[in-house]
Design a protein. Structure first.
Length: 105
C-alpha cells in the first residue's frame, strides 16, 4: 500500500477542519433556531445578529479552505492537462485493480 505524502496529510487535515467547523455551525444554528421560537422584539434582533455572525464565520472558513486547497487543485489540473495519456493509463490501471479486488468477493 502506498504511503501518504505530506501534501495528502495536509489536505486531509484541511478537509477534517472544514467539516468540523461546518458541523459546529449547523449545531449552533439549530440551537439558535430552537431558542428563537419564543423570542420577540429586542431578543429576536439579538438572535438574528448571532445567526448572522455565525454565518459570516462559516463563509470565512469556507473561503480559507478554498484558498488553502487552490494550489493543490491547480497542480492537479496542470498535471492532467500536461500528461493526458498518463492520466488515462493510471486511471485505467486503478480501475482494473479495483475491479479485480471487488471481483474476488
Amino acid at each position: 500500500m502506498a504511503r501518504k505524502t505530506a501534501g495528502q496529510s495536509a489536505e486531509e487535515q484541511i478537509k477534517d477542519q472544514a467539516f468540523s467547523e461546518l458541523h459546529s455551525l449547523i449545531e449552533e444554528s439549530e440551537k439558535l433556531l430552537r431558542s428563537s421560537a419564543s423570542l420577540v422584539g429586542e431578543e429576536a434582533e439579538t438572535l438574528r445578529g448571532q445567526i448572522a455572525q455565525k454565518l459570516q464565520q462559516a463563509r470565512d472558513s469556507v473561503g480559507n479552505v478554498r484558498d488553502r486547497t487552490m494550489p493543490a487543485v491547480q497542480a492537479t489540473e496542470t498535471y492532467i492537462g500536461g500528461h493526458p495519456w498518463q492520466t488515462v493509463a493510471i486511471s485505467a490501471g486503478f480501475g482494473l485493480v479495483v475491479g479485480l479486488l471487488l471481483g474476488r468477493r
